[in-house]
Design a protein around this ligand. Structure first.
Ligand code: ADP
Length: 437
């Protein structure tokens, strides 16, 4: 039925019934009594309406659906409709609160910084990542101008020029940040910050690696090309030609070593090349490393070894390359007449492979950088001894793949100890056979 009729018909009917009853009573007991009765009935009706109005106004102070009063007559429908509206509101509000909580949580977990500012760059809100990137504190800095908080000339220029369609890279508080302003709504802007310090570091390492590798390859190549040009232009006697050929072969080998080491490093770093662990016979491995070292030394050093520890799980080939690099370094950086000792023994945390030498040693300031690619204490000495500058970087990567670490102890002029520490989890412990009688 029409809602207007639904409201008016019962109200008019009720009033008509009350007035009808009063008229009947007036006809039976006298008109004056009837009139008084009608007035009294009207007063009761007015008072009832006022009382519901009062309850409604009270409820509006704290409009919770659970506290809505019951009504009579037309008020029943008013209150029930108010109840429905209020319930709907409460449901929407609960959903909104839940969404807001989820949004806040997401913003808290976001690795990128988000700052909400008004149109004149006054800070309204920021997430923890933005606090970390820009050194802000939401509670303290709220309402302050972001340009007063982020004092960086490039950032200022970016804001003055207003070319927000492009992100900007700035150096701020020892970080490389990529920032971008995105205008939204009519009078608000979002500042997004992304910490690119790590990416930038990796990119720099990549650039350095390419520059170093190109430089390392260019040197022998220049020598080879030089000799080839001489060979093409002049009639060389047999002795000079053979000496040139010998030098060219040496440079060719140097390039070959370098490329092999670069390929080994890239393979060790590749995720597509997982470690295939198998039991490694350490005695056989150290024996082979000693024989290689002896061959490289060609009788110039005394190379000894001792093996007193368990076998390990790992890759024979990779461990041979790591242990072999350490032993060959010992030979190459120990003057003739020196001693080199290789040892494998158990330790508190697992087992250790140590290479001790009585060589030239290393000053303390170089030690932490030795495993960097192409880092050498003395470049010319490394080249003289066929060094590629990648040996210890390869050792580091092999050990990483075997959950092991490298310790270096050295004293300039006295000698060095390179110690590979392998954890207990990598050891192949002897099986205890249980005999049941
Ligand atoms: P390289 O091919 O130049 O030997 P490595 O990565 O194997 O490259 O070693 C890096 C540098 O560490 C070497 O250039 C050398 O200066 C130093 N080094 C490594 N092992 C020894 C050692 N046993 N004694 C002295 N210096 C060493």
């Amino acid at each position: 039925m029409n809602p207007k009729l639904l409201f008016w018909v019962p109200a008019v009917l009720r009033t008509a019934i009350i007035l009808g009853v009063c008229t009947l009573l007036g006809w039976l007991f006298g008109w004056v009594e009837g009139l008084v009765l009608a007035l009294a009935a009207m007063m009761v009706m007015v008072f009832t309406q006022l009382s519901y109005l009062f309850q409604l106004s009270n409820w509006l102070e704290d409009p919770q659906s659970a506290k809505l009063p019951d009504g009579w007559g037309a008020w029943t429908s008013i209150f029930s409709r108010l109840y429905k509206m209020r319930r709907e509101d409460e449901k929407n509000q609960a959903e909104l609160t839940e969404w807001l909580a989820r949004f806040r949580q997401a913003m808290h977990l976001l690795p990128d910084g988000v700052v909400i500012m008004d149109d004149v760059l006054f800070l309204e809100w920021c997430n923890p990542a933005a606090e970390k990137h820009l050194g802000l504190t939401h509670e303290r800095d709220k309402g302050m101008r972001v340009t007063n908080l982020v004092r960086n000339p490039d950032f200022m220029d970016y804001i003055i020029l207003g070319r927000y369609e492009q992100p900007l890279t700035i150096s701020f508080r020892d970080r490389k940040l990529i920032v971008q302003i995105i205008p939204f709504e009519n009078r608000r802007q979002i500042l997004v910050t992304h910490d690119a310090t790590e990416t930038e570091r990796i990119e720099e390492m990549r650039r350095d690696f390419i520059a170093n590798a190109s430089h390392e390859l260019r040197t022998p190549l220049t020598v080879i090309v030089g000799f080839l040009e001489i060979a093409a232009s002049e009639g060389l006697d047999a002795a000079t030609r053979s000496s040139h050929l010998k030098l060219m072969t040496e440079q060719g080998h140097r390039m070959q070593h370098l490329i092999e080491d670069m390929l080994t490093l890239s393979r060790l770093e590749s995720v597509d090349y997982p470690l295939r662990a198998e039991p490694v016979d350490v005695k056989r491995l150290v024996d082979q490393v000693q024989r290689d070292a002896d061959a490289l030394s060609a009788g110039r050093h005394v190379v000894t070894m001792s093996v007193d520890g368990p076998d390990v799980m790992g890759s024979y080939e990779e461990l041979h390359s790591a242990f072999g690099n350490l032993a060959s370094n010992a030979v190459r950086y120990t003057p003739a007449g020196g001693q080199i000792h290789l040892s494998w023994k158990t330790s508190d945390s697992g087992a250790k492979f140590t290479v001790d030498d009585t060589g030239i040693g290393i000053s303390p300031e170089h030690i932490s950088r030795l495993t960097e690619r192409f880092y050498r204490v003395d470049k010319s000495r490394s080249r003289e001894t066929q060094g590629t500058g990648l040996g210890l970087a390869i050792v580091k990567h092999v050990l990483l793949r075997h959950s092991s670490t490298l310790k270096i102890k050295s004293e300039a002029g006295k000698g060095s100890s390179f110690i590979v520490c392998m954890p207990k989890s990598a050891l192949v412990l002897p099986q205890i056979e249980l005999q049941l009688h």
